[in-house]
Ligand binder design. Structure first.
Ligand code: ZN
Length: 630
């Protein structure tokens, strides 16, 4: 991080003001000079207490020493890195009090997230407030009578102009509770962060958690578990260590002194992961660990979030930092930050033996089916999906599948195709692994970050000697259909498309192009597939379907039964309620799209196809030959 970048990132947000001894209010042009001087500047100390955890409250105190000037501005971030949505954390702040040199003073708000305390030259300023946290996700605070999972961006206000200052955090847990975080402690027992960014990157788990430990490369790793379910502790340790080792092997070395996996076990809908520099928060249902297919959710979550140690936390898009926590951070590279990570999520698992190659290909095929049955792929490119994540990906509605594409899903598929295309053009001499290592070397964390599109293109050119400009223009900047056949063919795979459910003649069933859900005895429309019969007939989300050709339907099964009696091209009448008004629409049934895909090895792969397949999935060629003979 450079001070110049800090100035740039602040312009347009809250006016920069820096406090340091002997300095009064600074202008923008002075900020760069002052933020380079870490000594002689303000001292910031946070105290985090839990006096009423059952009421979901965190008690926060910010002490600012050696302040100077007319006022100090405190800002609570509005979003947290890794989750690209304006979350308005300040709405959970309550009971704000300020003191100056120990005397209570008034504060005033400058905007939704900024509190100004007038100091009039006094040097000791304290702001106390409480934060309500009762939302169990990995990007919001969750505090109750069993624990607190503290998301720093949602909790700690920064001092404007002093975000590059080192700071300390003191935690006062209830009796019997312990504190786990990725931050180290100083001699006084306080947690220390080099700057506000590092604090934001270090969630806290405070409670009576279990801790499992292991080492890789002699570096301590721990799994801190809140809650319990059907987990096998020994298996968690062995498999997590395997994933850490696989990522280490790819990048060569672990870029931290220690690492913490926070594993939060909640109810059946619990889901999510958020990456940090030397920790990650993982949220899963408590009974996710059996059977094996369900356990894949744990493995893939660990693999995904751990891959971010490099991709995004250290190899970051230029748009992702230094952060302005008051507003959106734009980049067209989320497809690479998240999609490439999603690609390697499964790849590391298959290479390290935690997924079989067969299962790997099934999961890839399922992703391809999902993308190819999402009409939005024809309207929104990966770069646009990345840029608009703030208003689209994180805020989906019934129109989303028709107009948007997930940069996770399509990014992962494009990652696979890009990897195979690199291997094809270089006769398997180079791969996406080499490109990532090149990016990691070329764009260190303290540099400007990976430039949009050209950063990746340049690294690929450097590694392969080939220009991928056309590939990027078509499949990443554009919405061209992906070149599955030729690219998967490079690994000796062919695509066999089919239907999960076929008509008696082996062809397509008739379809309306509706997404529905049964709710309270009603069959409700949740979405309509663009250009499908229901779309053309004007059916829409929230319509309540009651009959097909005059016969009652009350759930998905009865709708399916009625449709299965008809064939493609037939006219049918649908009766529905819309805002309590009975309506009838006529439409013509279309063929259902193919929704089943098998990636099948070609009959007789050539030498290069064989080589690409085995090196891509990390399959030991000798073992494979022995297995084939057996
Ligand atoms: Zn991610």
């Amino acid at each position: 991080m450079t001070s110049q970048d800090t100035v740039r990132s602040r312009v347009g947000g809250v006016t920069p003001v820096v406090y340091s001894s002997g300095q009064s209010r600074c202008t923008i042009s002075e900020v760069a000079k002052i933020t380079q001087q870490k000594d002689g500047c303000v001292k910031i100390h946070y105290t985090l207490a839990l006096t009423q955890p059952a009421q979901h409250l965190l008690d926060v105190t910010v002490d600012v020493a050696a302040a100077s000037g007319e006022f100090v501005d405190f800002v609570l971030p509005t979003w947290t890195p890794g989750s690209y949505l304006i979350r308005e954390y300040a709405r959970h702040v309550q009971e704000v009090e300020a003191t100056v040199n120990g005397e209570p003073v008034a504060w005033r708000k400058l905007d939704k997230q900024t509190w100004r305390v007038e100091t009039r030259g006094a040097t000791e300023v304290q702001l106390r407030y409480r934060v309500y946290g009762n939302e169990l996700t990995v990007r919001t605070n969750h505090v109750d009578d069993t624990h607190a999972h503290v998301i720093p961006a949602a909790t700690f206000m920064y001092v404007v102009g002093a975000t590059e200052q080192p700071l300390t955090v003191e935690v006062e847990p209830p009796a019997g509770w312990e504190v786990a975080t990725g931050l180290d402690r100083d001699g006084a027992g306080y947690f220390v962060a080099d700057d506000f960014d590092q604090l934001v990157d270090s969630p806290f788990e405070i409670g009576t958690h279990r801790t499992l430990s292991f080492e890789v490369e002699g570096k301590p790793h721990r799994i801190v578990i809140w809650g319990a379910g059907n987990e096998d502790e020994q298996r968690l340790v062995v498999d997590t260590r395997t994933i850490v080792s696989a990522a280490r092997d790819l990048f060569g070395g672990l870029p931290y002194a220690h690492y913490t996996f926070f594993l939060l076990l909640g109810g059946k809908d619990a889901s999510g992961g958020l990456e940090h520099r030397n920790s990650t928060s993982l949220l899963l249902p408590r009974f996710v660990f059996r059977p094996d297919k369900s356990y894949e959710r744990f493995l893939t979550l660990v693999s995904h979030e751990f891959f971010h140690v490099w991709n995004v936390k250290r190899m970051r898009a230029a748009g992702l930092g230094p952060f302005d926590y008051t507003r959106e951070a734009y980049t067209t590279l989320l497809w690479a930050m998240e999609g490439i990570t999603e690609y390697y999520t499964d790849l590391l698992l298959v290479r390290s033996g935690l997924l079989t190659p067969k299962r790997y290909l099934e999961r890839l095929a399922d992703d391809i089916v999902t993308l190819q049955t999402t009409p939005g792929r024809q309207l929104q490119s990966l770069e646009c999906a990345s840029f608009d994540s703030w208003i689209k990906f994180y805020r989906p509605d019934e129109n989303t599948p028709n107009t948007a594409v997930s940069y996770y899903l399509k990014g992962a598929i494009v990652g696979a195709l890009l990897d195979l295309e690199i291997r094809r053009r270089t006769a398997d001499e180079r791969s996406l692994d080499d490109v990532l290592r090149q990016l990691y070397a070329a764009y260190p964390l303290d540099g400007p970050g990976i430039p949009e599109r050209e950063g990746y293109l340049g690294a690929i050119r450097e590694v392969t000697g080939h220009d991928f400009g056309d590939f990027f223009a078509r499949y990443i900047g554009g919405t061209a259909e992906l070149p599955y056949t030729e690219t998967l063919g490079a690994a000796g795979l062919e695509l066999q498309w089919d239907w999960k459910d076929k008509a008696a003649d082996g062809g397509a069933r008739p379809a309306l192009g509706l997404r529905t859900k049964s709710e309270g005895g009603l069959l409700k429309v949740t979405g309509v597939v663009r250009d499908a019969p229901a779309y053309q007939a004007g059916l829409t989300a929230d319509d309540e379907l009651v009959a097909v050709d005059g016969y009652r339907i009350s759930n998905e099964a009865s709708l399916r039964e009625r449709l299965h009696e008809r064939k493609v091209g037939d006219r049918v009448t649908i009766t529905l309620f819309r805002r309590d008004e009975l309506r009838t629409v006529e439409l013509t049934l279309a063929p259902a799209p193919q929704d089943k895909l098998v990636l099948q090895p070609v009959g007789e792969p050539d030498e290069l196809q064989r080589r690409i397949y085995t090196s891509w999935l990390g399959i030991d060629a000798a073992a494979q030959g022995a297995a084939a003979e057996a």
